[in-house]
Write a protein that binds this ligand. Sequence first.
Ligand SMILES: Cc1cc2nc3c(=O)[nH]c(=O)nc-3n(C[C@H](O)[C@H](O)[C@H](O)COP(=O)(O)OP(=O)(O)OC[C@H]3O[C@@H](n4cnc5c(N)ncnc54)[C@H](O)[C@@H]3O)c2cc1C
Length: 508
Amino acid sequence: MRYFQQLLAFASIACIGHASAPDTLAGTSVITSLGASNLTTGAACACNKLCALYSNLVIFPSSANYTEQATYYWDVRADLSPACIFLPTTANEVATAVKHLVQCNAQFAVRGGGHMNFPGSNNIDGGVLLGFNNMANYQVNEDTIDVEPGMTWYDVYSALDPYGRTAIGGRLKTIGVPGLTLIGGVSYFINKYGFAMDNVVSYEVVLGDGSQVTTDSTTNPDLFWALKGGGSNFGIVTKFKLKTYSMPHISTTIQVFNESSTYAFTKAVCDWALADSQSPVAAGSVLTITYNVTTKEMSPSLLGVQAGVSNPPSEFKNFTAIPGVSKIHNVTTGKQWASTLDSPKQMFRVMFAHHSMIPDADVLYSMIETWKNAVEKISDVQGLYPTFVANISPASAARVAKTNGIGNVWGLDDEPLIWWQFSTGWDLQQDDLRVEGWARQLTEHLHGLNKHKGLARDFVYMGDAGEWQDPFAGFAPANVQRMREIRAAYDPNGTFSKLNWGGFKLGY
Ligand SMILES: Cc1cc2nc3c(=O)[nH]c(=O)nc-3n(C[C@H](O)[C@H](O)[C@H](O)COP(=O)(O)OP(=O)(O)OC[C@H]3O[C@@H](n4cnc5c(N)ncnc54)[C@H](O)[C@@H]3O)c2cc1C
């Protein structure tokens, strides 16, 4: 990204002149994060066409707000250098853009909240970036909300706050609605309402030929199903209709523990994952263990949330019983809670790595110990910020899709899972490969041990995975086959497989 300011200055000149030739910029030298290259004919053609149509919505490297847009990412590794950035204001403009991108054979990327963390997941060097910052309108209905893809989850919770309602979405403030909802979506109410994708009533979609369709349980139902967990493989969603639920108050807890409580914490994590009820109190958590390479101390922590006013929240009693460094309980609103949980742009360089397992406290504890010892091997990496994350996927969450008549692409069995993850932050580009190699090797080693013990499961969540992992390999095989058939029907020319960079792509 540090190169983007050196990008071609010609671009804005061509735009102001409404470029008569579509490939005015083609062949112009562009410095990307991969080095110098020629701007492709396709990108030049598309940037010029978009600029001719919507000159005030297209940003070039010489534009004043290019840097702001090109760094609208949580992970600095995702900063790349697009040839131009298009900020549509309507679905029709998105559809027109897709037609021109296809006509020009231009590679492009799509960005919502910018939280997917690896290079190329939501940005592109030398291609066209579509950002949704200008599409953040919403409409609150009786028990749904219509949401455009430029909204963050805090925007959604804020919109619903006056009505005492909430939607099923992200656990931190600035995560985007589109990315999280298209890959699944772990919320604070997972045990009762399932995943964010299970709570989408309809999608409005721009397909790969630039046409627009609505999908719901009766209209284009196969595409409706495929969008529930299928990521960026089928189209660009321009509106989500999400279910909402009455939730005037939530009960929250923030608990931090000493290293000496790590086993008790691990046991509470597993018991929490195993908890199962046909009519649970809606609740969810963020469970992490950080390791400080200077003090050599681990620190487990819990963010817990449940519906209602029980104080402290009853669902987390096993954690509350463990002596801790600090415990803060509160009864508040979803909007107020989310307002305190920012995940700002340009946080870190971060490598994710993850697998799934059946809960087993002794095994999970030994994995945490192994991880802690392994972190020491890279403790000289500047700015190292190692975190072990345990995301809970309870049996009741999988049951929502099994019983709602629609399902989702995952096809999870209704068994409790712990999605264990290393989230490793660091400072310098020079350490990228070292951290990635470390994370890959350790993750696969621990997953291999769990396979031997019969505890491993193949499911990999796109929101927790490293870029080198293949989440589709862990979905039910029949579902992957069905996704391919749906892709062939709705995107026969492969716009989202050949031209669109981004996220995890369904192979062939
Ligand atoms: C700090 C942090 C906290 C997180 N917390 C949670 C959590 O609580 N629960 C959870 O489930 N996950 C969580 N995640 C993972 C998160 O859900 C994913 O990274 C998700 O992709 C982010 O969505 P976004 O819109 O911000 O992402 P983006 O990076 O903007 O988009 C993600 C992908 O979706 C595609 N996309 C974006 N908009 C559209 C669209 N309109 N149509 C089609 N494709 C589109 C992009 O091209 C990209 O491939 C977290 C991640 C981070 C970094």
